[in-house]
Design a protein around this ligand. Structure first.
Ligand SMILES: Nc1ncnc2c1ncn2[C@@H]1O[C@H](COP(=O)(O)OP(=O)(O)O)[C@@H](O)[C@H]1O
Ligand SMILES: [Mg+2]
Length: 327
């Protein structure tokens, strides 16, 4: 098992008996770290007691993390980091243009976000990656399973089958190595993401797709009063995903909706949904747009990729370069 603060058990926290522990675990709070980053109000609802009690559990969990010295492992030498980056892997998208934009494909130990309007190709990219992720490394994959968290009900095994078959792969085998989890509400998504490490290990996954990341929170938290809580919950959700991508060396790919910024007078008023919370945690953000029969992809806010535009198209094979490769 991975040695990290994520593993520190609830048993180590003073004042938590078997009943409370069972309730916590039932709600996806499985470790001291989970507890330490919980929101008091959320915890109070879970346990049904007073807010002070919830607060004291959170405080104990935080103290335990500090005292255990495990938090120190959160600090990492640059040399170690470089070593870690060496095992970083990539999954090809199916379009050489898009791969070039991404520096060779979607990376492990990172979150890649694809955002764009309805029909811009987010779900098609996710499907194609689920197939390509299973290819051996010399063919651009990582020889691993894909986990697909579907919040919009747009996952289609038939489409995976078509993509695999038209790429000359054994479609039946490919379908056995894509694990779907249909997500019903924002709480469900949070619980599944908390427990994701376990599933990644069990299935030997190399790719985790969340299609899409904000839709449920956006639909459920309506009105200004709830915006702060929504952002806080999204923040912990997305940081958990980022940590998991690093700890388990998997690629995390998010599809995201767009929102229109009404006060933008110049340029494209379209923005990814979720605001700064998502912006800060995503390593790569790619903006997808329709362009006739093709699509364009633009890298936004990347740490080292220059801004640029590439073209791809959606076909029976999933994602491909356009016929006349005009870049
Ligand atoms: N089998 C296919 N062959 C060609 N194009 C397809 C196929 N399946 C889907 N598409 C294209 O993909 C588009 C939908 O893209 P999708 O990834 O679902 O959008 P979103 O960004 O909303 O997730 C459709 O409008 C269609 O143009
Ligand atoms: Mg979609």
């Amino acid at each position: 098992m991975v040695e990290s603060v994520v593993d520190l058990s609830l048993d180590e926290i003073k004042g938590i008996g078997p009943k409370t522990k069972a309730k916590l675990i039932g709600n996806g709070v499985e470790s001291a770290l989970d507890l330490a980053v919980s929101l008091p109000r959320e915890l109070k609802e879970m346990l049904g007691g007073k807010e002070e009690v919830a607060n004291s559990y959170i405080a104990s969990a935080r103290r335990l993390l500090e005292e255990s010295g495990l938090l120190e492992r959160e600090f990492i030498m640059a040399s170690e980091l470089m070593q870690k980056r060496k095992v970083m892997g990539r999954i090809i998208t199916g379009s050489k243009n898009l791969d070039t934009l991404l520096g060779g494909g979607v990376e492990t130990q990172a979150i890649t976000e694809f955002y764009g309007d309805f029909g811009s190709g987010k779900t098609q990219i996710c499907h194609t990656l689920c197939v390509n992720c299973q290819l051996p490394p010399e063919e651009g994959g990582l020889g691993g399973v894909a986990i697909y968290l579907d919040t919009e009900g747009t996952f289609r095994p038939e489409r995976l089958h078509q993509i695999a078959e038209s790429r000359g792969l054994n479609a039946e085998e490919i379908l056995q190595r894509v694990i779907l989890c249909k997500i019903y509400n924002s709480n469900h998504l949070e619980v599944i993401v908390r427990a994701l490490g376990k599933y990644i290990e069990r299935f030997k996954a190399k790719l985790v797709v969340v299609d899409s990341i904000i839709s449920l929170h956006r639909a459920e938290f309506i009105g200004r009063g709830t915006l702060a809580e929504r952002q806080q919950r999204l923040n912990s959700l997305i940081h958990r995903l980022l940590r998991q991508s690093e700890i388990y060396n998997v690629a995390v790919v998010l599809a995201n909706q767009v929102q229109t910024k009404p006060d933008a007078f110049f340029g494209d008023p379209t923005r990814p949904a979720g605001g700064n919370v998502i912006a800060h945690a995503c390593t790569y953000r790619v903006y997808l747009k329709k362009a006739g029969l093709n699509r364009t992809a633009t890298m936004v806010d990347s740490p080292y990729h220059p801004y640029s535009d590439v073209r791809f198209r959606i076909t029976g094979k999933g994602i491909e370069d356009p016929e006349t490769s005009s870049g």
